[in-house]
Ligand binder design. Structure first.
Ligand code: SF4
Length: 367
């Protein structure tokens, strides 16, 4: 398959690995931002093949994992209402709230439907005028354009029975939060290629310069990841603290301008809480003033919900690169994909799920 097979070429991967080994002179800690990259790294065993001086830690770029518990609990409360059809991407249905998940709401008779596009929710709204249709609009810069388009379309056609529970987050403020922490270990970033396909990487040079870390836009196939790691290592070894693009077949510096424009029209920047991490200033998108009529939180008045997180879950530390999944005392014992305590064990992009799936022979080490 063009644009995939050549980036899984074993000979190219071996040559890139050899070059990483050749130039590495000391220990470096790099963070891959995206959970999809974490899964590729574990799936292809790249972390085992790298020289031991290169340590990969796993970033917060898993939208399901960082959606705050109170937003999940609000989704559960809204989805429980008999007048509501609740629509969501499939990943969210098994994410535990304070004791239940959307699957259990559906098992109890709630009308919870998986959609593959927010536009599917608009069709459901048109087909069910006597019901309120709520779409769970979560995710990073990647899903924001389609979600924004659906909201704009709802306004254009005058839909009054459609609303969105918004929990959008942005990558650059998370980078600032990680790098600005006194506990930070990250010395270089592999930026998420699909996020940059939308947003470009014009926001990153300032981050790289401020914190003295190289940032390399990186794809998702094994050779993509190794090339991103090689570029980051070259820059670290040379003391080059800038932003570079190792995913040129999909990403430009400016990004997708029409997509950025629809985001800017429908959303505005706001403070956002990240599950396990806490509130990061101006790290999210909320509905802009022109579109507040589509805000499910005010339509259903779910502001008083108080969440109850498992005290065992250290997902917040994992998502900041401070710990790895086997260091959680519940990993593989109290917390498994079948009985998850945290979202990082559920999501197809979650770091705990990646370690459980691909490193299942590892025994939990505890704290
Ligand atoms: S193993 Fe489970 S409880 Fe531990 S950090 Fe991961 S999701 Fe949380």
């Amino acid at each position: 398959m063009k644009y995939v097979d050549e980036f899984r070429d074993p000979e190219l991967a071996k040559a890139t690995l050899a070059e990483i080994k050749r130039i590495t002179t000391r220990h470096w800690v790099m963070m891959e931002i995206c959970g999809g990259q974490t899964h590729s790294i574990k799936r292809f065993g790249l972390d085992q093949l790298l020289p031991e001086e290169i340590e990969l830690v796993h970033g917060p770029g898993c939208p399901v994992c960082v959606t705050p518990l109170e937003q999940i609990d609000k989704a559960l409360a809204i989805a429980s209402r008999p007048d509501v059809i609740f629509t969501s991407y499939g990943d969210m249905l098994r994410v535990p709230g304070s004791g239940r998940d959307l699957f259990s709401i559906r098992a109890q008779g709630g009308d919870v439907r998986v959609v593959y596009s927010p536009l599917d929710s608009l069709k459901i709204a048109r087909d069910n005028p006597d019901k309120q249709i709520v779409f769970f609009a979560i995710g990073f810069e990647t899903t924001a354009p389609a979600n924004a388009m659906a909201i704009a379309q709802a306004k254009n056609i005058g839909l009054t029975n459609f609303s969105v529970l918004v929990s959008h987050v942005r990558v650059p403020p998370a980078m600032h939060a990680i790098l600005g922490s006194s506990a930070n270990r990250v010395q270089g970033f592999l930026a998420a290629g699909h996020v940059c396909a939308v947003m470009g990487y014009w926001e990153y040079p300032e981050v790289a310069e401020k914190y003295k870390v190289p940032i390399v836009v990186t794809g998702f196939e094994p050779v993509d990841l190794l090339q991103g790691i090689l570029k980051t290592t070259q820059m670290l070894e040379a003391g080059d603290y800038s932003a570079e693009n190792a995913y040129t077949r999909a990403v430009t510096f400016e990004g997708n301008k029409p997509a950025q424009e629809i985001i800017a029209r429908v959303f505005k920047e706001c403070d956002r809480k990240w599950r396990g991490i806490g509130t990061i200033p101006m790290s999210g998108w909320c509905l802009s003033d022109e579109y507040t009529e589509f805000d499910a939180e005010s339509r259903f008045d779910v502001s008083a919900i108080a969440p109850d997180e498992s005290p065992l879950c250290i997902a917040g530390q994992i998502l900041q690169g401070l710990k790895k999944p086997p260091q959680c005392s519940a990993f593989g014992t109290l917390c498994t994909p079948e009985n998850p305590l945290g979202a990082t064990m559920v999501s197809s992009e979650g770091a705990c799920a990646a370690y459980y799936r691909y490193d299942s022979i590892d025994l939990p080490q505890g704290d």
